[in-house]
Design a protein around this ligand. Structure first.
Ligand code: NA7
Length: 531
């Protein structure tokens, strides 16, 4: 084995997590190597190039804070950044901190095996490299394994077959074409208005409608940007104290304690403001069914007010609680269904039977398309990790250990898999927080842990089973107090993937998570075992 393949730390993935991990671990004086399946940095933003792909967190917040020079010198052009600009930012960071020299692109890690006698991990990639490392860090992303639905005949389609999560790098021309889109999650909701403008005809196949709030995206307010930059640190600290580490003013009132008129005017203000803060219009929308129903009613009224055809409007009105699936943020989504060239098909009523050479067949009709877009989401949170063959102590497969659902400590470590860490893993705030903030917190935690190991002449760390059991119970207890677990089929509980165990995966509440991490460190890394 060549010397270059022996390192202290292997990081898998060069998205925002992998890039910061490389930067941070290098600073500890460790030899770090990153493997990345794509041909460039950026992770989610490298792959999700579909038209309209945009972040739903404000640009001034969705960025790194580890370097003040970086956050001062970079300028965002819009309130919510579009994918090309975020990818440009990722590339800027890679250049600025000279990251790419330690990243091996176009290389997918297939397997990792722990060798107890040497306390090393041995890995295998699709380039037939074998690597040996002491520490492994999964920076594999929460929404990176795209979900291709098992619909009969998918391989028969002779037109252009696209997936929003694995979009081509060259521009896709829909001009004048007949296009079908399967799925109505966030990716579909962002891309449909743009595809509709270009296509000759667009047919949207909807299994479950989603709630969406207008983004009211706009050019960056330069005065606001300058003000934030005057004291960026304080701005970041205030945001980190918010439940999702995203800046929003949570109305302390209950939706049930105000008059109908006042409630509607509060919702209207939030709707006009736009974006995810709609969920904070009242304090109890996420925890009380009756309060939630008032927000549902308001959005239903909005949909009925925007969409001209009452039948189409009715089809677009979700019949679940609002927010138990991730709230979508759009530009002209509902308006798009007033276009003459756009049709909506309810595939719960008339299911897709099969894909044909020229389109698809439902139980009611046959459709012909030049292009078919699968906007069918991801095997979220565990998909990318479990697509590798990871064997811990006694050759135990992580996939077997997690058969009934992911189990770990702080979303970070798994008993029996020493020196292996997950960034924004299941059981951490991850997708229910500002991802870049969560990533930095996790990488900092791991870096401190590595420093502790090295300073104290320890060889390995893993979590103990008891701590893991308690942690998973805590994650579930917190979720149980909210409407996230009120029965809608979200990817937070793995419901979008047939056969996936139904377990609520994210930890709700970024500040309390950070508090718990800090307490554990103070308490000599309670729940971790060192040897
Ligand atoms: P989502 O939100 O998981 O949406 C996927 C959509 O695809 C959703 O409407 C699904 O319907 C639909 N779907 C999935 N499988 C099928 C099959 N087999 N047949 C028909 N329709 C199907 O993924 P996105 O990419 O839109 O967004 C993911 C996250 O990225 C988003 O939450 C943001 O955080 C960014 P279903 O609802 O399961 O009935």
């Amino acid at each position: 084995m060549s010397k270059k393949n022996t390192t202290d730390v292997i990081v898998i993935g060069a998205g925002f997590a992998g890039m910061y991990a490389l930067y941070k671990f290098r600073k500890l004086g460790l030899r770090v190597r990153v493997y990345e399946a794509g041909s460039g940095v950026g992770g989610t933003w490298f792959w999700n190039r579909y038209p309209g792909a945009r972040c739903d967190v404000n640009s001034l917040e969705y960025s790194y804070q580890f370097s003040d020079e970086l956050q001062q010198e970079w300028s965002w052009s819009e309130r919510y950044s579009a994918q090309p600009e975020i990818l440009e930012y990722a590339n800027h960071v890679a250049d600025r901190f000279d990251l790419t020299k330690d990243i091996q692109f176009d290389t997918r890690v297939l397997a990792l095996e722990y060798d107890e006698t040497t306390n090393l991990w041995i890995g295998k990639t699709d380039k037939e490299d074998k690597f040996v490392t002491k520490f492994c860090v999964m920076a594999t992303g929460c929404l990176s394994k795209h979900n291709v639905p098992s619909i009969d005949g998918l391989d028969q389609f002779q037109g252009e077959l696209l997936h929003t999560g694995k979009w081509p790098h060259s521009p896709v021309d829909f001009k004048g074409k007949s296009v079908g889109v399967i799925g109505t999650g966030s990716s579909a909701i962002q891309s449909i208005p743009i595809i509709a403008e270009q296509a000759g005809s667009l047919t949207v196949f909807q299994r479950t409608p989603n709630f969406s709030v207008p983004a009211h995206n706009a050019p960056m307010d330069k005065t606001h940007e300058a003000k934030v930059k005057e004291n960026y640190q304080e701005f970041r600290a205030q945001n980190a104290a918010q439940p999702a580490a995203i800046r929003m003013t949570i109305n302390p009132d209950s939706a049930l304690d105000v008059s109908e008129d006042e409630r509607v005017s509060v919702f209207e203000r939030s709707w006009q403001e736009g974006g995810l803060p709609f969920a904070a219009s009242f304090s109890d929308i996420g925890i009380n069914l009756d309060a939630n129903a008032t927000a549902v009613d308001f959005v239903h009224q909005k949909i009925r007010g925007i969409v001209n055809d009452p039948e189409v409007a009715q089809m677009l009105c979700p019949q679940t609680v609002i927010g138990c699936k991730r709230l979508c943020v759009d530009t002209d989504y509902y308006e798009t269904f007033n276009r003459k060239n756009v049709d909506l098909v309810d595939i719960k009523k008339t299911p897709i039977k099969n894909i044909t050479e020229s389109g698809l067949r439902t139980s009611a009709a046959e459709y012909k398309f030049d292009s078919l877009v699968l906007a069918t989401g991801f095997d979220a949170m565990t998909g990318a990790i479990l697509s590798m063959d990871i064997k811990g102590r006694d050759n135990e497969l992580l996939a077997d250990r997690w058969k009934a659902g992911p189990k770990n400590y702080l979303g970070l470590t798994v008993n029996g898999f020493p020196n292996l860490f997950m960034i924004t893993g299941p059981g951490s705030p991850s997708v229910l927080s500002n991802m870049i903030v969560a990533i930095e917190q996790h990488v900092n935690f791991i870096a401190n842990l590595l420093e502790f190991i090295l300073k104290n002449d320890k060889e390995k760390v893993e979590s103990n089973l008891n701590a893991e059991n308690n942690w998973v119970e805590l994650v579930n207890n917190i979720a149980g107090q909210t409407l996230y677990t009120s029965g809608c089929n979200s990817w937070y509980i793995g419901a979008n993937i047939p056969g996936k165990p139904s377990v609520f995966m994210p930890y709700i509440g970024f500040p309390s998570y950070v508090e718990k991490c800090n307490e554990i460190v103070k308490d000599s890394y309670r729940g971790f075992e060192f040897s």
